[in-house]
Ligand binder design. Structure first.
Ligand SMILES: Cc1ncc(COP(=O)(O)O)c(C=O)c1O
Length: 407
């Protein structure tokens, strides 16, 4: 273990060193990949001690693995939680938090704009297991409180929300727990990982991430994580994640994520800087009807809340809608043409990669959300979502110049 004082260390020092162990066999600097399904014991007594939990150690990689543990300890440090548990995907983490903490007869209040697959879990999977979910605009604390029932156990939301970039005041929602004890606030922090936003420090109980995105940051891993109190994480780990329902992060993926996180701070700051430049460019463009980016003053209350809780870093994600009737085209046709004309962005879902990505939420990430539901929250046919990468911002705006000219 490192003897760095992480209570005092800065973000980048923590991202590089937290969780890392000195390799006692060979002194390897990089975290070794413990690519093994099972672990051996020196004696029957040793095996029994590890299985009973009386001795430290690992027994089987579905239940835990030293490479994965380095990642879990690192993220727990960065989020300021007692513990964390890694999963095979962001959806694995989200489903495990819900399966781990809810029981039949419980109720969830879910933000009205969440990632499409999360929406399906809330709308279809939970009800089939006897858990009700209802939806509210979580930026409206009164609406959230009105949705609370005597059996509500979780308030769940994303901020900024995917893809509308709508911002929820985490501290204000968490304050509802004073009047409604027994409810946990769960925040999907995928769009605003540390060093941007710290939901647990603002009063949330559990934070989840798709680490597929900024946390790994290189577009080559699918993974997820949940961080929270020791008690909640033990419940999630033992009932749902890894050990029982069997969705652990693999050691190789954990190695890649630990490696990727050494540059998390550098990358995230650059993503945010680039996104601010692109958002300002789009806002000034005569082709663009509306830009959704929490760093823009034109986002009104969303911007005011973002200023308080996003540490001056407003994520690398932008959504925007093109004007209707550019050269007689609908906003939808113009969006399709723009996607086909841009040279740098790949047409792809996912986000937080070094490569800029562009996608059409209504027909891609949110295609499973019923049309009336998505249109009610502003996910229109003309909306595009742009994950601003680490390329040069001037190259991205020049690419927009040529693509707009081609409309
Ligand atoms: C906000 C958000 N949460 C969760 C997920 C699911 O993550 P994964 O694809 O790693 O399962 C996504 C995927 O795009 C997402 O955007």
């Amino acid at each position: 273990m490192s003897n760095i004082d992480f209570d005092r260390a800065g973000f980048d020092t923590t991202a590089i060193h937290a969780g890392a162990r000195r390799d006692s066999d060979y002194g390897a600097l990089a975290t070794p990949i413990y690519q093994t399904s099972t672990f051996t014991f020196t004696s029957a007594g040793h095996a029994m001690g590890v299985f009973s939990g009386e001795l430290p150690g690992y027994d089987y990689t579905r239940a835990g693995n030293p490479t994965v543990r380095v990642f879990e300890e690192k993220i727990a440090r960065l989020e300021g939680s007692e513990d964390a548990v890694a999963a095979a995907s962001g959806m694995g983490a989200i489903s495990s938090v819900l399966l781990g903490l809810l029981r039949a007869g419980d109720h969830v209040v879910c933000g009205d704009t969440v990632y499409g697959c999360t929406d399906v879990v809330m709308r279809e999977i939970l009800p089939s297991l006897g858990v009700d979910a209802s939806f509210a605009d979580t930026a409206d604390v009164a609406a959230v409180e009105a949705a609370i029932r005597p059996n509500t156990k979780i308030i769940y939301f994303e901020t900024p929300a995917n893809p509308t970039m709508h911002v929820t005041d985490i501290a204000a929602v968490a304050a509802l727990k004073e009047r409604h004890p027994g409810i946990r606030v769960v925040v999907d922090n995928t769009f605003a990982p540390p060093p941007i936003q710290y939901p647990l420090k603002l009063g949330a109980d559990v934070v989840v991430h798709s680490i597929t995105k900024y946390i790994n940051g290189h577009g080559d891993v699918i993974g997820g994580v949940a961080a929270g109190s020791r008690e909640d994480i033990a419940e999630i780990r033992s009932r749902a994640m890894g050990k029982i329902c069997g969705a652990p992060l693999t050691p190789f993926s954990a190695y890649l994520v630990v490696r990727g996180m050494k540059t998390l701070g550098l990358r995230v700051r650059r993503h945010c800087e680039n996104a601010m430049a692109v958002a300002r460019y789009l806002e000034a463009s005569p082709y663009v009807e509306k830009v959704y980016y929490p760093g823009l003053e034109s986002m009104g209350k969303d911007h005011e809340v973002a200023k308080r809780q996003m540490n001056g870093l407003y994520t690398g994600m932008i959504s925007f809608v093109l004007k209707d009737q550019i050269h007689g085209m609908s906003a939808f046709d113009a969006a399709k043409k723009l996607m086909d004309s841009m040279k740098i962005p790949a047409i792809a879902v996912s986000l937080g990669d070094p490569d800029t990505l562009i996608q059409h939420p209504a027909s891609m990430t949110h295609v499973k959300v019923p049309r009336d539901v998505r249109e009610a929250v502003g996910i229109t046919d003309g909306m595009l979502r742009f994950s601003v990468g680490l390329e040069d911002a001037e190259d991205l705006t020049a690419d927009f110049d040529q693509a707009f000219a081609a409309l």
